[in-house]
Design a protein around this ligand. Structure first.
Ligand code: ATP
Length: 239
């Protein structure tokens, strides 16, 4: 069974249709990428997966349950583009708060906070208030907050924007480690080399899925050397 299922999803803001007839079926344990230029509709699509936004048409299912569903909320971790952190609290207090929301046992919570803070290379700043963090540090803490409760589905909206290449690699190592444990990861990106790391990729343009397969298969099908070529081949160029 697919963990996320989108059936004929469309979304309209006012009179403008932003998402057009999207069907997607995301399987348990895969890293699924949504690749597209700015404005293609990636954020709108992931917001509908989380139930934050309802589609104008079509249905979204998480674990077979129709969204929005409060019950499903504890199963996923979401990292939005805008940070949702408490500025006046320390990083530890923020993570403690998020972990407690999901009723994580105390002992596990303590260890897990250390683990995620090491992963995002913020362990030396655990007891600093968030207001003293730089923009990049806040991004990394937001990622830690999305992962702290060990969700089985992780939805990340452009998680590595503003993050340096070394740390970006360590974040991808962690995502792969989670995937090997059976966690499903959905990630939006407009960076081709990140898209290449996904098991499957949906290329999005102007609210439509223009191609969908593994990066390797997408390239092989048209004899392309890069994902850029694939994107252009399927109509990725602007009108
Ligand atoms: N609340 C809103 N009201 C009106 N239009 C919106 C709203 N939110 C998004 N849009 C429009 O919907 C389109 C898709 O936006 P979305 O944020 O989903 O794109 P994106 O692919 O995530 O882009 P980016 O990579 O820049 O984050 C854009 O044209 C945007 O202007």
């Amino acid at each position: 069974m697919s963990i996320v299922q989108l059936n004929q999803i469309s979304h309209q803001f006012g009179k403008t249709k932003i998402i057009k007839d999207v069907d997607l079926s995301i399987k348990k344990g895969e890293i699924f990428g949504l690749l597209g230029p700015s404005g293609a509709g990636k954020t709108t699509l992931v917001k509908m997966m989380t139930g934050i936004l309802s589609p104008t048409e079509g249905e979204v299912f998480l674990n077979g349950e129709k969204m929005p569903s409060l019950n499903q909320m504890k199963h996923y971790g979401f990292m939005a583009q805008a940070d949702a952190l408490y500025q006046e609290l320390t990083a530890r207090e923020n993570l403690d708060f998020f972990a407690s929301l999901y009723k994580m046992p105390k002992a596990r919570k303590k260890d897990r906070i250390q683990e995620v803070m090491e992963m995002v290379d913020l362990i030396d700043h655990l007891d600093q208030t968030v207001e003293t963090y730089s923009g990049g540090m806040k991004r990394r803490l937001s990622l830690a907050a999305a992962l702290v409760h060990e969700p089985e589905l992780i939805i990340l909206d452009e998680p590595t924007v503003g993050i340096d290449p070394v740390l970006r690699q360590s974040i991808w190592d962690e995502l792969n480690r989670l995937k090997n444990k059976g966690v499903t990861i959905i990630v939006t990106t407009h960076v081709m080399d990140e898209a290449d790391k996904c098991d499957r990729l949906a290329m999005l343009r102007s609210g439509r899925v223009i191609a969908l397969d593994s990066p390797k298969q997408l390239k092989a099908e048209i004899g392309a050397a890069t994902l850029e070529e694939v994107f252009l081949y399927y109509g990725g160029a602007e009108d």
